[in-house]
Write a protein that binds this ligand. Structure first.
Ligand SMILES: [Zn+2]
Ligand SMILES: [Zn+2]
Length: 407
């Protein structure tokens, strides 16, 4: 489901249409671009004109890939749902296709309405979504589970209460009648709202140059002074990055998070330990006992199965790569945050393991402490259909890469 949001351009006041996953707002009227600061996104569905008291009820929206590690390997599925985040029997359990059919707006404290509190955790929402969708689940609970690249937001459904009848504020249908005009909503009302949407101009904090980005970018690059930036706490902070030089023409650079971590609960320190544990068919060189293990995780969104394949292949390859902090001329934008990459380490380890039994049963006890995380752009050869990283033997279909932007 692809959701659309309408927001006013801070520069010219024009109505800009955004996709739910967009991180950069580009105004089609004045051309100004702004970075949307992170934080829980809250949207409202438009309501019909009808007399009565307006109430907005939260639905928790979850969209993303859930990875579950079982003894047999790593399973994944894509979840895309909205479930009621407050327990009122007369409400629809999910919003269904409603958000898709109409353009939403950011929820604001200027609207004369009562917003209800969200009383559902993400874990509860997933369980509920699965029971509603009757997803087949494995018999045993997973050894480890992680959401990667998820979009979590709150979508508010408008209700209109006229006398003692509660109407769906979108369709106008009567949902229920309140007994003795009892006010069941006020006790559930949210008390304080601090819902300002913060927008930052896409200008380099170092040199003032225009940053290079696309609508889904979470890291923005400055070609002028060769720096990279991400939004954090309403400010742009520098990201350490390097670019590995391409050998020939027709190269495009893809971004990866390169991570080093300390592990507890498993004997994993060096590259040699990694080869032994995973049982990847490679002869261990003596110097590998001292080589620090580096994990590679795609810094772009892509289908779960391919995400794991690329991460495992690059991590298993462990090729020494050195580059310089230089903005590549052609590159795919960074659409997956570094924190998401950090969460995927156990998944990469489980997925790379040929000897599943050496690693999978240990997953619940393993703790990962990230020591280093930086961005690296690796060169891929573009043959028109596929992008190929020859040294690391990784091939990515261009169409799948393009489709990943919508995830
Ligand atoms: Zn504008
Ligand atoms: Zn700059």
């Amino acid at each position: 489901m692809d959701l659309k949001v309408i927001h006013e351009c801070p520069q010219c006041g024009g109505e800009v249409e955004l996709a739910e996953t967009d991180r950069v707002l580009t105004c089609p009227f004045c051309g100004m671009r702004h970075i949307l600061a992170r934080g829980t996104a809250r949207f409202i569905l438009p309501h019909i004109k009808r007399q009565g008291r307006l109430i907005h009820v939260p639905y928790l929206r979850c969209k993303g890939a859930v990875f579950s590690c079982h003894l047999s390997g790593v399973a994944h599925r894509v979840v895309d749902t909205t479930v009621a985040a407050v327990s009122i029997a007369a409400l629809p359990h999910t919003l269904g296709y409603r958000p898709q059919a109409m353009k939403m707006q950011y929820a604001s404290d200027t609207l004369d309405t009562t917003y209800l509190k969200n009383t559902l955790t993400l874990a509860q929402a997933i369980t509920l979504a699965e029971s509603l969708h009757q997803t087949v689940t494995e018999s045993a609970p997973p050894l480890h589970q992680e959401w990667i690249g998820e979009t979590i937001s709150l979508i508010y459904l408008p209700l209109i209460i006229d006398n003692d009848t509660v109407f769906d504020g979108v369709t106008g249908d009567a949902l229920t009648t309140l007994t003795n005009n009892q006010d069941i909503f006020t006790p559930l009302a949210l008390q304080s709202l601090d819902w300002q949407i913060k927008l930052l101009p896409t200008l380099c904090p170092n040199c003032g140059g225009d940053l290079r980005c696309e609508q889904e970018s979470v890291v923005l690059l400055c070609s002028n002074c060769d720096t990279a930036w991400q939004e954090s706490g309403g400010k742009l902070t520098a990201v350490v990055f390097e670019t590995v030089a391409a050998k020939g023409e027709d190269a495009i650079h893809l971004p990866f998070w390169r991570l080093q971590a300390d592990f507890a609960g498993i004997d994993l320190h060096s590259l040699a330990d990694f080869i032994r544990l995973t049982n990847i068919p490679r002869a261990i060189q003596p110097e590998w006992e001292d080589n620090v293990l580096t994990f590679y995780c795609p810094a772009f969104k892509i289908r779960p199965k391919i995400f794991l394949r690329i991460a495992s292949q690059l991590t298993a390859a462990q090729l020494p790569t050195t580059g310089t902090a230089q903005t590549p001329s052609r590159f795919a934008s960074v659409s997956l945050e570094s924190a998401e990459a950090e969460e995927s380490i156990k998944l990469i380890l489980a997925s790379a393991a040929i000897a599943k039994r050496n690693i999978l049963p240990k997953l619940p006890e393993i703790t990962v402490t990230i020591k280093r995380n930086s961005l690296v752009f690796l060169p891929f050869f573009d043959n028109g259909y596929e992008l190929c990283q020859e040294e690391m033997k990784v091939v990515i279909n261009k169409q799948i890469l393009e489709l990943g932007k919508k995830l």
